[in-house]
Ligand binder design. Sequence first.
Ligand code: ATP
Ligand code: MG
Length: 384
Amino acid sequence: MYHLLLVRYGEISLKGRNRKMFEDILLGNIRTALQGILVHDIHKTFGRLYIETDHWQQAAERLQRVFGIVSLSPVLKAELHTEAIKAAAVKVMADASAKTFKVETRRPNKAFPLTSPELSRTLGAHVLQSLPGLSVDVHKPDVILNVEVRQEGAFLYSRTIPGLGGLPVGASGKGFLLLSGGIDSPVAGFLALKRGVAVEGLHFHSYPFTTERSKEKVIELGRILGQYTGRGQFPLWICHFTEIQKAIQGVPFPSLRITIMRRFMLRIAAQLAQSHKAYALITGESLGQVASQTMESIFTINAVTNMPVYRPLIGLDKEEIVEIARRIGTYETSILPYEDCCTVFVPRNPATRPTVDQALEAESYLDVEGLVAEAIAKTEYLDV
Ligand code: ATP
Ligand code: MG
């Protein structure tokens, strides 16, 4: 019965000068998300978008994954006379599965003969009469029947489907996500996407110490994140890390191996990000989770770059991270048991307070720049 979908996009309307850019990016992402669904028209009025389609449910399902959208409502459009609006009101309320309701009318079109309160009363009375079992509750109604009287017609809706909020992906520039196969980094990627960052994934793969299946798992995580990028795809870089891992195994300070490995990851990520015009790195670190995530450890790892490193999970507990992972659909893939390169090479007693001087001493046994350059040269790009 609905042929119109109303799209609300809260936060970006606050952005003053940048508003037009945000709206254009959002509109582009919406068009991409709706590819394959027949859409007759998309237009913008009063800071909202209206999508004309005969497949609103399918469209809403896709748009529930588009950042920047606060909520969606299927809308019934009626002609601008009272009888038509009354009939539409009954249809919308019959569809609403509620026991109590109230009517809220707005009337930007002042040429319509009834005032907003008059129309609300008329519609309320007519719905009560037509749908026995419903009653009015002005304080805590199950649903609100919204009526907007506009130039083009009367718009009626009662359902509101929540969106993801955030900013449209692409509105904040590009960032590189260090994507492991674990639970955390995909969630960190999701949260960066949420703030409008065009996220590209970078995975360090240590074949044959880690299997092809662990790479497949990361590709699958990339695909899931691709549902939130606004274009159904996710850019994923795979860096072959085996030579570096082997070189690190030869360094005489086993407790520093994780620190050094992470420093390599960050150096490679920063160089790659810089050469692709990204302005931040993103990791799934959360303070205190493991030996490499103490403050000292993060300090020493971070010392290899002055590129900003965003850690969206820093304030979250594991349960909160898992909750998001479940909601966005990455959890089941993340818990597949394939080892990642860190678990394979993890020393028995990783240092929890490594210093920069210690790391530099250990790295003096390695051709750091050569190893980094070689790894970057062998990095593959996939769009998954
Ligand atoms: P995750 O669940 O994301 O793997 P974790 O709790 O296992 O996180 P670590 O293994 O210490 O934590 O990794 C910390 C962060 O370093 C990860 O969140 C990720 O951003 C990055 N990282 C770790 N291993 C890799 C890898 N193989 N490829 C790319 N990034 C990685
Ligand atoms: Mg991990």
